[in-house]
Write a protein that binds this ligand. Structure first.
Ligand code: NAD
Ligand code: TYD
Length: 366
């Protein structure tokens, strides 16, 4: 079996679902169910014994030791993290705790377990660390895209904490010979994306007639990858990646934020016309005719990185991986998913899934 951390979050839950759709190897899913973790993402696996969920933290060394000893995973795929840049600006400590200390504790537990293995089992073990392109810092308009050898220059507490975790992972290969792999991916989008991030926030706010807050001049560039492509890239690296190597994963989709927002608005105009839904502009009280009327420029994020771009040629050349979706197909699927899953959105927003967690677990570790 494999151990996945953070498998109730956005990318982790897409990964667990894809894993279960592509084979029968069991997956043990360890997630602390912070505000970003949501078991409703895994609803379709209820009753499927291939997936087993454990509520707990990667910071809990005792729990980690017990899970490794009991379940003997052949691999770890490590998603668990605090992931939102804006939250890292207002409250950086949780990012150091989970992303740095948590990754360290997970590495230590994995090392102890790996040391206890022998022969083929020991050789086959893998620790795959999921990271971000944000560790490379920001690019000027004409700079080449980030490669695996671009020097680290993190600019936010989030990216600094992820950079620290990447360095720890790297050191476990060089110092202990532990079989680690690291992936650095660009911005993901798709189903189950928590509506604090750009694309789902714009969809959810637009449908409610709320302002669409665009930071600064909206000309910051991100390189977007459909989440299922990210998950297939991770599966490919786990299967065939060279230990100690890092792989950039990206979709070759550099877009300015304002263009993303306008694209989302036009798709919504087509798929959920504001007139047919009687959408009222919450600030002016007028009927909305086109969702783009809701675009509102707001104060920029402090230290806002201007441009990210991923050069994904290494994973294509060495492992034969390429994204399946274009941005046009992926964003259409994403908007359609949010329109078809408004109950999921409602539950996330009104916090009823958080209530469910308290009710189910009573705040105790399972
Ligand atoms: P997310 O915030 O949606 O999910 C994170 C998950 O981790 C949640 O389920 C949360 O409950 C869990 N978690 C948090 N602290 C934990 C702890 N101490 N112990 C166990 N579980 C804990 O994040 P995401 O967008 O799915 O990102 C997953 C990973 O991918 C992160 O490591 C992130 O840095 C990386 N990444 C994300 C993106 C992106 O665009 N979202 C891009 C590149 C890399
Ligand atoms: P986000 O989804 O938070 O991802 P990241 O900061 O990891 O790239 O933001 C994507 C881009 O969108 C980023 O440049 C910040 C911008 N943004 C806005 O303009 N308005 C918003 O309300 C949010 C959440 C983000």
């Amino acid at each position: 079996m494999i151990l996945v951390t953070g498998g109730a979050g956005f990318i982790g839950s897409n990964f667990v679902l894809q894993w279960c759709n592509n084979g029968d190897e069991p997956v043990l899913n360890l997630d602390a169910l912070t505000y970003a973790g949501n078991l409703a993402n895994l609803q379709s696996l209820v009753g499927n014994t291939q997936h087993r969920f454990v509520h707990g933290s990667i910071c809990d060394s005792q729990l980690l030791a017990k899970l490794f000893a009991e379940h003997q995973p052949r691999a770890v795929v490590h998603f668990a993290a605090e992931s939102h840049v804006d939250r890292s600006i207002t409250g950086p400590e949780a990012f150091v705790e989970t992303n740095v200390v948590g990754t360290f504790r997970l590495l230590e537990a994995a090392r102890t377990y790996w040391n206890s293995l022998e022969g083929a089992k020991k050789n086959a073990f893998r620790f795959l660390h999921v990271s971000t392109d944000e560790v490379y810092g920001t690019l000027e308009p004409n700079d080449p895209a980030f490669t695996e050898t671009t020097p680290y220059a993190p600019n936010s507490p989030y990216s600094a904490s992820k950079a620290a975790s990447d360095h720890l992972v790297r050191s476990y290969f060089h110092t202990y010979g532990m079989p680690v792999l690291t992936t650095n991916c660009s911005n993901n989008y798709g189903p189950f994306h928590f509506p604090e991030k750009l694309i789902p926030l714009m969809i959810v706010n637009a449908l409610a007639g709320k302002a669409l807050p665009v930071y600064g001049d909206g000309q910051q560039i991100r390189d977007w990858l459909y989440v299922e492509d990210h998950c297939s890239g991770i599966r490919r690296v786990l299967e065939a990646g060279t230990c100690g190597e890092t792989y950039n994963i990206g979709g070759w989709n550099e877009k300015a934020n304002i263009d993303i927002v306008n694209t989302v608005c036009s798709l919504l105009d087509e798929l959920a016309p504001p007139a047919s839904r009687q959408v009222i502009h919450q600030q002016t009280g007028k009927k909305v005719e086109h969702y783009a009327e809701l675009v509102t420029y707001v104060t920029d994020r402090p230290g806002h990185d201007r441009r990210y771009a991923i050069d994904a040629r290494k994973i294509e050349r060495e492992l034969g991986w390429k994204p399946a979706e274009t941005f046009d197909t992926g964003i259409r699927k994403t908007v359609a998913w949010y329109l078809a899953n408004q109950d999921w959105v409602k539950d996330v927003i009104n916090g009823s899934y958080r209530d469910w967690v308290t009710q189910q677990y009573g705040g105790e570790k399972a």
